[in-house]
Design a protein around this ligand. Structure first.
Ligand SMILES: [Zn+2]
Length: 453
């Protein structure tokens, strides 16, 4: 019964969204119900086609052939570039494709090697310097990280992430957003996260205010090594305290709280809340860590550059399929082949990314200057600075041990402070989001330096 009611209300919302869209100029943001339509447009067949194409390049190792048209990372890069160009041609040139590159030598790069990213930029209408990034890595590997010639299909690690990036571009390029969206296929991840360093440097050079990088790495398999199968959960990893926190900020935070409220963590909460609201039968499992234990990913160079970033990864990994030479041993098959990808699952993960990017890019920037006071008083006062484009602000609070924001109250109109009567400052954590006229909400910004975006 509840399922029917939920389904009916979804249909009603979809009709309302369609009606609202008809009555608006093409550039005006729609109502938040448009997020249902965006989720609907993500197509598992498109994701499969991308992974098939990428696997067919044999290996996409960063040190592999760059001249061949059919094998190696050069051919794979040109294929991604052509896909972005085709998607751009289908949205009246709304994407510009850039290929930031840099030459590196390192422990896993014996020869100086050009690391080339393929990046599509969908420029925002009102706030083009505010940027939301989705990333995945194009390069693949086998057991020996220096083996640049053996077949390394990398279907799940990380053609799945690149497929999510390209599908997000295909779906979101049909809409116009306030902020800029960046779709990034990175290289050099397996050799030392080089491609993310290149893109973070490019972002800095462009003066972008990166609000979030959603790094998708290993997002297409729904069955773990131990046989556990969970098709309705994805993990979102986020750091607890910001990588660039100063000693003084750390000292203040240790006393007042904020060790679980970095901007990256609040992006993870934002994704969890969006999944709950817009994706039936799909849940975010937040993990309070930058990445999996002892392992890393392309979100790290973003964090080190001072940009909020999360890692999106399937709920249960199958290690026999990662970083392995293709082989069978004692009846176990090793290797990252396409038969290990669950395309319906990958579509769900892609939907989560797409609606997160859409809501962030239609919402105003997250507020800054968020501050809280109220010691020795029965009431708590929350203050913040006005943000361009915000129609309202929402104050959020939660128990200090709660994982998700629990309570909210909207400030009057465009007021930049709110007194919460009979809410004792000692017992809660506080944050503020900004809300657009249509109702698109930014992530919650935790008070103080610990939570600043
Ligand atoms: Zn990976």
């Amino acid at each position: 019964m509840m399922r029917w009611i939920a389904a009916l209300s979804l249909i009603t919302l979809a009709f309302a969204a369609a009606a609202a869209t008809r009555n608006r100029s093409p550039d005006a943001p729609p109502a938040p119900a448009a997020l249902f339509a965006i989720a609907d447009r993500v197509d598992a067949a498109q994701l499969r086609a991308t992974i098939e194409a990428l696997v067919a390049f044999g290996t996409r190792h960063t040190l592999s052939d760059t001249q061949s048209e059919s094998r190696g990372i050069g051919a794979a890069r040109r294929w991604v570039q052509a896909r972005f160009a085709a998607i751009g041609a289908d949205c009246d040139g709304c994407l510009s494709v850039v290929t930031p590159a840099q030459t590196f030598t390192g422990a896993r790069m014996a020869q100086p090697t050009a690391v080339v990213d393929v990046v599509a930029v969908q420029r925002g209408s009102d706030d083009p310097q505010r940027v939301i990034v989705i990333s995945g890595h194009l390069d693949s590997r086998v057991s020996d990280v220096m083996d640049a010639t053996s077949d390394a299909p990398g279907a799940n690690d990380d053609a799945s992430g690149v497929a999510a990036v390209i599908e997000a571009a295909r779906v979101l390029s049909k809409y116009r957003f306030r902020a800029t969206l960046v779709y990034a296929a990175l290289s050099g991840e397996e050799q030392g996260l080089y491609g993310a360093k290149v893109l973070a440097g490019y972002a800095r050079a462009q003066g972008w205010q990166v609000q979030a990088d959603l790094n998708n790495d290993i997002v297409g398999n729904s069955e773990g090594q131990d046989g556990t199968r969970e098709t309705d959960v994805v993990r979102v990893f986020s750091e607890g305290t910001r990588s660039l926190e100063t000693l003084d900020e750390a000292k203040y935070r240790r006393y007042h709280g904020g060790e679980v409220d970095s901007p990256s963590r609040n992006v993870a909460r934002y994704m969890a809340a969006l999944a709950e609201r817009y994706l039936p039968n799909f849940t975010v499992r937040m993990v309070y860590r930058t990445d999996r234990y002892g392992r890393g990913g392309d979100e790290v160079p973003f964090l080190e550059a001072g940009y909020p970033a999360v890692r999106v990864t399937e709920a249960h990994e199958n290690y026999a399929r990662q970083h392995q030479d293709l082989r069978s041993e004692n009846g176990v098959r090793y290797g990252d082949t396409i038969d290990g990808v669950d395309f319906a699952y990958l579509a769900r993960v892609t939907r989560l990314n797409a609606i997160t990017m859409a809501q962030m890019a239609w919402a105003p920037a997250p507020p800054d200057g968020v501050d809280v006071e109220g010691a020795l008083r029965a009431d708590t006062t929350v203050k913040w600075n006005a943000v361009p484009g915000a129609a309202a602000y929402r104050v959020w609070w939660r128990d200090t041990t709660a994982a998700q924001w629990q309570h909210s109250r909207d400030a009057d109109g465009k007021a930049t402070s709110l007194v919460l009567q009979n809410v004792v400052v000692d017992d809660q954590f506080f944050g503020v989001s900004s809300v657009s006229a249509e109702g698109f909400e930014s992530p919650v910004v935790f008070a103080g330096a610990a939570g600043r975006f």
